[in-house]
Write a protein that binds this ligand. Sequence first.
Ligand code: ZN
Length: 189
Amino acid sequence: MNPAQQPAAPTGPQPGDHPAWPENFAQHKAGVDCPMCTNDFTADDIGWGLLVNKGRFTNAYLWRSGQVRGYLVVIFTVRHVAEPTEMSPKEAAGFWREAVAAGRAVERLFRPVKVNYQLLGNAVPHAHFHLTPRYDAENDPAPGGPLPFAVLDHGRQDEDQLRTDAAALRGLLGYPAREAGSGACEVRR
Ligand SMILES: [Zn+2]
């Protein structure tokens, strides 16, 4: 999908667009019925995206929504955590290290002008990074500035392209690891 072919980017949130925090935000932040925690983190496809790497601290997914090719979401999977301040130093380092590894794969595959790492959690308060490659001015909705979140939220990626890109990212990230294979013979090869 060529972002240049997409409709003009939204102008960004307007006053009054988001008058309240999402319903049950405080409960979700505390880990009660967190929508992120309901995902099956053992699955290769969680509906929202395709698993491209499973680390010790995170799962990285190539996301289906939006209009930016190479949009990844890296989710902390050790347990429910809303803020990185709730992580141990080792977990926080692992969270970041694995996000950086995903970013490196994005750089190699998509050759972006820049990669953005957004740690927000204003809609779903479970620690996760949005990794968004930013492209040249002709193919980026907001060169030189923050990406309007609507371009990550609205629309859907081309499924064939998504699957091809996911396979390439898995190759770059070494997922699944050979050691994680089903049989000892596979490990020895
Ligand atoms: Zn959660």
